[in-house]
Design a protein around this ligand. Structure first.
Ligand code: FAD
Length: 448
């Protein structure tokens, strides 16, 4: 009997454990994607546009045989499976809170029709929940998690030759909607694009990754996050290539990939941390939320804080739907510790604009910077936006690229402006003063 492969965050055909599993059971596979408003509505148009482009690429790879349906997956997946009299629906596990709830509903709706639900693999090298301390409890700190995760290992699934699959031609399929107009430049979508970005990085970027990854003025990172987000490439593919290399760059990149796995593991064990503080002491933290706070939030979002590195980062986000990791940390720290705004305001803005916006990575990195997360960087280590700019954008090129008002200022002087060019704002707060305020507020919750 034919089977359904329901694609979600695994929009590729290579190194795809659920596809290989499905192909073991049947040569006749229906490829399905369900456009679900509950996921699309909060996503923001850059991420939706990238998703739609990725689906178009997947459909091309399937010679136009991707079935698209709209609506509630509990209804649509069952309808698609019944239409072809499928014996089973195969998926890669989704371990985020909404995905888990949705999949439970779909699996039980299928059960009523005696259609099997089969989960194989996930978007991670090690499926969240599998790396535990010897006593079975989850890790709360990255370094020991990294050690245990490395020991756990990530065998690649036996590669069934997917060219033997006879993709079922959908009898009915909705057309994909037009890609929405977006103001930002999107990277090319799809599995081929992901692999080409990765192979270019292996030959040109990996050797210097350890020293270059903190430099927003250089293109020193993989820029694979949007592809990992939608599963156009699997981290296992990357880890297998890295295993052949002994360089420091390979080691550092492996640990960055593990941060992604760690945050997914935390969200799996504590789904409520998508909204709530991981460290509940922070429930008592005082944040500003009044009218002035709202105005400052607008200035932060638009990149008009008067701190050049912060403004460059916020404008990169709007221009590209992506921001360099070092600058994500600087702007997040600025929002929480200089403006005293709730971390979830910043997280929501990021989720709306990031093409790679991912609940686990985003919310838990925000919490990490805010101090309310796991393995918190000590709260008193507050980023100074000026010295961070001087250190990581030493010639000022990154700032000038994104803040046109400052293009006339040469070299590192962009970080400590003697005069403000016309149109560029004065600093909206004084960092030294706000640092003290942040420390006082932190003191108030740690004393109690
Ligand atoms: P590379 O340096 O090339 O790293 C390779 C891959 O490792 C990345 O693609 C990513 O999948 C993973 N990775 C690297 N650093 C981290 C990290 N700190 N946490 C989790 N995974 C990591 N990443 C997202 O994918 N989605 C998000 O929504 C997101 N929100 C963030 C919010 C804040 C406040 C901060 C500080 C970081 C956030 N990150 C997020 C992590 C990180 O900034 C991006 O993954 C990275 O900048 C992507 O660029 P890259 O692919 O070139 O990274």
């Amino acid at each position: 009997a034919p089977v359904v492969l329901w694609f979600r965050r695994d929009l590729r055909l290579r190194d795809h454990a659920a596809l290989f599993e499905a192909a073991k059971h049947s040569k006749h596979i229906l490829a399905l994607y369900v456009l679900d408003d509950r996921l699309l509505k909060p996503a923001g148009s850059p991420r939706v546009a990238f998703l739609l482009n990725s689906l178009r690429e997947l459909d091309k790879a399937l010679s136009g045989r991707l079935m698209i349906r709209y609506g509630d997956p509990a209804r649509e997946v069952v309808a698609a499976a019944r239409e072809i009299r499928a014996a089973a629906v195969h998926v890669s596990a989704d371990t985020a809170p909404y995905g888990r709830e949705r999949d439970e509903a779909v699996a039980s709706a299928l059960e009523e029709h005696r259609i099997q639900w089969v989960e194989t693999g996930s978007s991670y090298a090690v499926t969240p929940g599998r790396v535990t301390k010897p006593d079975g409890t989850p890790y709360r700190v990255f370094t020991p998690f990294y050690r245990a995760w490395s020991q756990h290992g990530w065998p690649r699934p036996a590669g069934t030759d997917v060219s033997i699959v006879d993709w079922v031609k959908p009898s009915s399929s909705s057309a994909l909607p037009e890609t929405p107009e977006v103001d930002c430049e999107l990277p090319p979508a799809g599995e081929e694009a992901a692999l080409s970005v990765w192979h270019d990085f292996l030959s040109d970027g990996l050797a210097d990754y350890a020293s270059e990854r903190d430099r927003p003025d250089h293109a020193g990172t993989t820029k694979l996050s949007p592809y990992l987000r939608w599963g156009a490439i699997h981290p296992r593919t990357m880890l297998a290539d890295l295993a052949a290399k002994r360089s420091e760059g390979a080691q550092v990149l492996r640990s960055e990939l593990c941060w992604r796995e760690f945050h997914a593991d935390v969200l799996w064990n504590r789904p409520e941390t998508a909204r709530k503080n991981y460290d509940r002491r922070f429930d008592g933290m005082r944040y500003d939320t009044g009218k002035t706070a709202q105005e400052m939030f607008t200035q932060w979002r638009e990149g008009r804080t008067g701190y050049p590195i912060v403004d460059a980062g916020m404008r990169q986000l709007l221009a590209e739907g992506w921001m360099h990791n070092r600058v994500r940390m600087i702007v997040a720290s600025f929002l929480v510790k200089d403006l005293h705004l709730p971390w979830w305001w910043g997280a929501r803005h990021f989720m709306r604009h990031l093409v790679d916006g991912d609940l686990a990575s985003n919310q838990l990195n925000w919490q990490w910077v805010a101090g309310s997360g796991t393995d918190a960087a000590p709260y008193f280590r507050i980023f100074n936006p000026t010295t961070q700019g001087q250190k990581f954008d030493p010639a000022g090129d990154y700032v000038r690229r994104y803040v046109p008002e400052l293009r006339g200022v040469e070299g590192k002087a962009v970080h400590v402006l003697k005069e403000r060019p016309e149109g560029y704002p004065e600093p909206i707060v004084d960092h030294a003063e706000e640092r003290q305020v942040a420390l006082q507020r932190y003191g108030a919750i740690t004393k109690s």
